[in-house]
Write a protein that binds this ligand. Sequence first.
Ligand SMILES: C[S@@+](CC[C@H](N)C(=O)[O-])C[C@H]1O[C@@H](n2cnc3c(N)ncnc32)[C@H](O)[C@@H]1O
Length: 209
Amino acid sequence: MNETVDNPFFARLWTVMSTREPESLRRLRRQNLAGLTGRVLEVGVGTGTNFEFYPDTVTEVVAVEPEIRLAEHAKEAAAQANVPVTVTTDTVEQFTDTRPFDAVVCSLVLCSVDDPDQVVRSLRAMLRPGGELRYLEHVAGTGARARLQKVADATVWPKLLGNCHTHRHTERTIENAGFTVSDARREWTFPKWVPLPVAEFAIGVAVRS
Ligand SMILES: C[S@@+](CC[C@H](N)C(=O)[O-])C[C@H]1O[C@@H](n2cnc3c(N)ncnc32)[C@H](O)[C@@H]1O
């Protein structure tokens, strides 16, 4: 079980990066949260970049962020949010709540947990029947990009970027956890020719049946 997340370099970097996101990514964040209602769990919220995009039909967001430097920023963002947001510094592996959630949000986080299969299964168990996992995650590519991702993952990328892994088959992980995927697509946040390992995103809605 992952009990702590302590990434001082990444926390400083992400604090800057999250204020300078391309409009293409901000648009996907908005789409990922559109139409949500009720009680929502968001996993690994970082600086709380998603908070401004929650529709007012959401009654409560429980926000998990174990990196304490990022959690401080998330608490500031929570105070400005249009919906009630509570930030907890548990890891997702530690987090428990006896009341089921209407939705769970994962954005740019399943790349960073040690065991995504286990985490997604535990998130499914925290949803009410019919509840939704909303995901927006960069994913494994093919061809030259896949080769670039594998090299990145085997060298400095996870060490510098808070355990981020670029070559993960996250859609498969979600399906294998027993979700029914009702809406799924791939999007590019940078032109395809840009040699970045994290330009292709999967966005979708997965339902706990
Ligand atoms: C790339 S950032 C993305 C932040 C945010 N989800 C967003 O969309 O901007 C990854 C986040 O996952 C968090 N994280 C990493 N491991 C985690 C874990 N085991 N449990 C919960 N959060 C975790 C990190 O602290 C970091 O805030």
